[in-house]
Ligand binder design. Structure first.
Ligand SMILES: *[C@@H]1O[C@H](CO)[C@@H](O)[C@H](O)[C@H]1NC(C)=O
Ligand SMILES: *[C@@H]1O[C@H](CO)[C@@H](O)[C@H](O)[C@H]1NC(C)=O
Ligand SMILES: *[C@@H]1O[C@H](CO)[C@@H](O)[C@H](O)[C@H]1NC(C)=O
Ligand SMILES: *[C@@H]1O[C@H](CO)[C@@H](O)[C@H](O)[C@H]1NC(C)=O
Ligand SMILES: *[C@@H]1O[C@H](CO)[C@@H](O)[C@H](O)[C@H]1NC(C)=O
Length: 512
């Protein structure tokens, strides 16, 4: 239900996932709920999250004093997220809120400067208010928003935390915050953080308290969402997505390093290996007449797709020097290695045309890094492919071609081996089969291995509660992925021509 605000700093650059979630809810006709979650947000943290999503974002924070504000009142069924969007014909009418619009602007504030004033209210009403409306006390906009404001007066986290000794800018832990809330309210809340992995910093983001259907304060026990766990500690139980063992920041101001004028665009260098289906079939047959024919292709291995300068969160540069074509003679010193490790999968086009493409599209954009000439670009690819052998790394954990494996396991092995987050790509077929297709590693501009982050491709970020480690993938997380050692049966058609065409189409799709 929190998705509207895109909780993790680490998914900051990806578009909000909210809409997808919303679709999921519309299909669900069970509108029962057990409790109303009243969620308050620390706007400074909300602002950090918002600003991290785009260089151009700015915030309107409550002033002069920073106070906890309202995110929403969410009817919730135990053990699940939702219900939501309970009335498809409902509309939002700002006019009915005119009598206390001033108060809403102050206490139920939309901190996103430049967005519609009522964007948050509209969202909260249509998504959650329409479900809360089952209760007579909350069955119109006036009552719903009025109830939120009245709960804030009574249970404002600004005063609850202060009474419990938790003040902004001091050093806190999950337990000190939890104990403070429980000592004042005598009920169990749920406590939410956002996590900036790059700086390894955790920020207090939301505190949620719960009310039963008679609007009486109750424990939040039984409430879950995608990112929460129940942690038992000596002296209590806390429902949270925060880290138990790390300090939690509760800043009174947005830290300097998040101010947009002080941030530089980061570039990353995905270095791509493709597990090519072609490696599993008779390449000398397929590529007859082409340069890359070589019997050693019979051996299974991962090969290079390219080095792609990539801008996080926006369109990546491409074709930076129009008309600059690849001078193949410059590659002569390592042509042997290239023909083995950076092979073209397309029948009918030469291996050099593949290199030409990678060079013209991506290599010409590498000027900033020392990879701006042909030799450096291609030799760097070869060097990395030797240094980071995906086949070997996976093999160490018995993840070998011919089997089916979970993406989480593949991720774990690579992450543990390299200490950095890869991005794992699959292709899937219409009948739902999933094949491992690419594993990408990312490098800084100084060519050091770093964590990959979302680039706006089909990737989704998942984050482990236990380890805080992210997983970047477009693969299905809940199914086993085929790591094929032979051409899948489905590609084997009656005539070899159509069979080959299918393979080519398949690989082309996987390259998109
Ligand atoms: C809000 O955005 C406007 C332009 O969209 C800008 O002029 C103004 O400075 C911003 N306010 C803050 C507090 O950043
Ligand atoms: C749904 O919303 C419409 C429009 O506001 C309203 O007339 C109707 O009574 C609502 N239905 C329910 C079940 O609340
Ligand atoms: C691969 O194709 C070549 C050329 O057509 C052929 O000579 C060879 O026997 C084939 N190898 C296998 C393993 O099928
Ligand atoms: C490669 O493609 C050409 C047409 O571009 C086709 O004639 C040829 O049969 C294909 N090669 C193989 C091995 O199928
Ligand atoms: C195949 O590649 C190996 C290793 O680079 C090389 O020694 C050999 O000469 C190549 N064979 C052909 C026919 O190109």
């Amino acid at each position: 239900m929190l998705k509207f605000w895109c909780v993790f700093l680490t998914i900051i650059f990806s578009p909000c996932k909210g809409r997808d979630d919303d679709v999921r809810f519309i299909a669900d006709n069970n509108h029962d709920f057990d409790v109303l979650i009243f969620t308050q947000v620390w706007p400074v943290t909300g602002c950090i999250t918002w600003m991290e999503r785009s260089k151009t974002n700015s915030c309107k924070l409550p002033s002069p004093k920073k106070i906890w504000t309202i995110h929403g009142v969410w009817p919730t069924r135990f053990g699940t997220v939702g219900p939501a969007f309970c009335n498809a014909s409902a509309t939002f009418d700002l006019n009915t809120l005119k009598p206390f619009e001033d108060q809403l602007e102050q206490f139920w504030i939309n901190i996103r400067n430049g967005t519609q004033l009522d964007e948050l209210w509209k969202h909260e009403w249509l998504k959650h208010g329409t479900c809360a409306a089952q209760l007579e006390e909350l069955d119109n906009e006036n009552k719903y928003f009025g109830q939120g404001l009245s709960w804030l007066q009574q249970y404002s986290m600004s005063s609850v935390l202060q009474k419990g000794g938790v003040l902004p800018d001091d050093s806190h832990t999950l337990i000190s915050i939890h104990k403070a809330v429980v000592s004042v309210l005598n009920k169990n809340p749920s406590i939410h953080c956002v996590y900036d992995r790059k700086r390894d910093e955790i920020f207090l983001d939301e505190i949620r308290i719960c009310f039963d259907k008679t609007l009486t304060l109750v424990d939040c026990d039984g409430v879950v969402d995608d990112s929460e766990v129940l942690i038992d500690y000596p002296g209590g139980k806390v429902i949270t997505n925060c880290d138990l063992n790390k300090p939690i920041s509760y800043p009174s101001e947005v830290p300097k390093y998040y101010r947009p004028e002080l941030k530089k665009t980061e570039w990353k260098f995905p270095f791509v290996n493709i597990y090519k289906l072609f490696d599993m079939i008779n390449l000398s047959e397929m590529n007859s007449g082409h340069k890359c024919a070589n019997s050693t292709y019979d051996k299974q291995r991962w090969t290079i797709h390219g080095i792609w300068p990539t801008r996080v969160g926006s369109k990546s540069p491409a074709f930076c020097k129009k008309g600059k074509s690849l001078d193949i003679h410059l590659l002569e010193p390592f042509l042997d290695k290239l023909t083995l490790n950076w092979i073209n999968v397309e029948n009918g086009s030469s291996i050099t045309s593949f290199w030409q493409h990678e060079w013209a599209k991506h290599g010409t954009c590498c000027a900033e890094t020392g990879l701006g000439n042909e030799q450096n670009y291609f030799s760097q690819g070869l060097e990395w492919s030797q240094k980071f052998s995906i086949l070997q790394i996976l093999e160490n954990a018995y993840i070998t071609p011919g089997g089916k494996f979970k993406v989480v396991d593949m991720h774990k092995v690579i992450y543990e081996h390299l200490g950095h987050i890869p991005s794992i790509h699959c292709v899937s077929t219409r009948n739902g089969a999933n094949y491992l297709s690419e594993i990408r590693l990312c490098f800084s501009k100084t060519l050091e291995l770093i964590d990959c982050s979302v680039t706006g491709n089909a990737e989704v970020v998942y984050r482990s509660i236990a380890t805080r480690v992210e997983l970047l993938t477009n693969c299905n997380l809940h199914r086993e992925i085929t790591y094929p050692d032979t051409l899948p049966q489905m590609f084997i058609g009656s005539s070899s021509q159509s069979w080959l065409q299918k393979v080519i189409d398949f690989v082309k799709r996987s390259l998109l």
